[in-house]
Design a protein around this ligand. Structure first.
Ligand SMILES: [Zn+2]
Length: 283
């Protein structure tokens, strides 16, 4: 391909993105960042666009990995990409491909009419927040200091797949047992939620990179030891860890916008979702 005289007419980077993690957890084989923690972003090719509109292909992860590599070649290992960076990259890809306008259709909470409104991805990127060291530390009992990191692409993908499977199972049960009573339904739903909670617990344990015992001057990095500790701590501490990891996952572009209904003038805060299926999909 490097000898192709047409190469000079290939698409060019449309913008440079500063990543919200500032590359804190990557090595050079994962992501190549400039001095300013930036990566160049290219618009979608026609093939990328087709892949992003094939939800089944996206679910296995490989197709999405290829699209990301194609639009952000400096990302060498997509699986290691952290969620805040991943979502920033989705916004960058949207801007690089068209004018960065993202159209959303919602039922107005005021009058229940379907309304369309437009979100400008430039504005969301303009208000990007960046991870600071203090966001990644949790201290307990004056002696334990945890270092945490956001979910990676691979962890996010695992969660999305499980969530999809659970939704499928619930839908099937619903369809096959038309006369299933509400009590039984509630039991099945509770089981499904429990299975997803177990996955969340597993992912959160993977987000703990190390635990430092200050007095003993010991650093625990062994995942088995960390998981063993996690299942034996008070619920309040586990909740703190889950909340902090969740918060870390939402650093990055602005995720909430003001929405207004043009029928009844009702206003509300709309939480945005950059999941590629809805974000890039053409309805
Ligand atoms: Zn309304």
């Amino acid at each position: 391909m490097s000898n192709n005289p047409l190469k000079q007419y290939f698409r060019q980077p449309a913008l440079y993105l500063k990543l919200p993690t500032l590359g804190k957890w990557y090595n050079s084989t994962d992501v190549e960042l400039s001095q300013d923690h930036e990566v160049p972003v290219y618009g979608l090719s026609a093939l990328d666009d087709i892949m992003l509109n094939t939800p089944d292909a996206l679910l296995n992860g490989q197709a999405l990995e290829n699209v990301i590599k194609n639009c952000v070649p400096n990302v060498k290992n997509v699986k290691a990409l952290m969620v805040p960076d991943l979502e920033t990259i989705f916004l960058g890809m949207k801007i690089a491909t068209n004018n960065g306008k993202y159209e959303i259709e919602r039922k107005c909470p005021g009058c229940s009419v379907d309304v369309n409104f437009e979100v400008n991805c430039y504005n969301l990127l303009d208000q990007t927040t960046y991870i600071e060291d203090s966001d990644t530390k949790i201290q307990f009992n004056e002696n334990l200091i945890l270092e945490i990191s956001p979910y990676t692409f691979e962890m996010r993908q695992l969660f999305m797949q499980r969530q999809f499977e659970e939704q499928q199972t619930l839908r099937m049960i619903d369809e096959q047992n038309k006369d299933i009573d509400n009590f039984e339904k509630a039991r099945i739903l509770a089981e499904s939620i429990e299975r997803l909670s177990i996955i969340t617990f597993k992912l959160v344990s993977m987000s703990i990179r190390s635990i430092k015992l200050v007095k003993e001057n010991v650093l625990v990095t062994d995942q088995t030891q960390i998981v063993e500790w996690l299942v034996n701590i008070p619920k309040s501490q586990a909740d703190t860890i889950i909340d902090t990891v969740n918060q870390l996952n939402t650093v990055g572009p602005l995720r909430e916008v003001d929405a207004q209904c043009d029928k009844c003038n009702h206003t509300w805060k709309e939480t945005l979702n950059f999941d590629p299926v809805s974000f890039f999909g053409k309805r």
